[in-house]
Structure formats: C-alpha cells, structure tokens
Design a protein. Structure first.
Length: 88
C-alpha cells in the first residue's frame, strides 16, 4: 500500500499518463481513472471501465470512498464471466 500511495503522489505532482499492469482489482480501482480489461487468450480488449472516483484518493481508506463498490463490482462481474465463475 505504501508503494501505491507513493505512485498516487507522483501522479498528483506530474499529471502524466501512467500505464499500470495489475491482476489486483482493488489496486486497479484505487490507482486508475480507466481500467482496460484484457481477455485470457487471445489477449484482446474485453472492456474499458471508467472509474468514477474523485481525486486525490486515500489509498489507505479506498474501500470507503464513494464509487469504489460500484467500480469494483463492475470489474468483478467482467472477470467472473471471463473466468466462467457464476454467483451462488
């Protein structure tokens, strides 16, 4: 979390585009303004999700920020279908 917080601080200062690759949905929502979901094989763009959360973001309380649950839920639904996991 400290590295994620540092990355957010650097972005806040520089305001440059950052391409960040992760398999962690929480990390994706916490750091991104837009998440591009890539399929397993072949690697094609499955979906592009805008993250509707205000900045600056507090990485240590990201779960409490407005918009987190919605963005995480949308991403999880995409991954669940990609992995063929169905809710109980």
């Amino acid at each position: 979390m400290i590295l994620q917080d540092e990355l957010l601080k650097i972005w806040q200062q520089k305001r440059q585009t950052i391409l960040f690759v992760t398999h962690d949905l929480v990390e994706a929502v916490a750091l991104a303004d837009r998440v591009v979901v890539i399929t397993h094989r072949p690697g094609t763009i499955r979906d592009v999700i805008e993250i509707p959360m205000c900045r600056p973001r507090n990485i240590f309380e990201i779960h409490r920020q407005e918009g987190f649950d919605e963005a995480y839920g949308r991403l999880w639904n995409i991954f669940r279908h990609e992995l063929n996991i169905h809710p109980n």
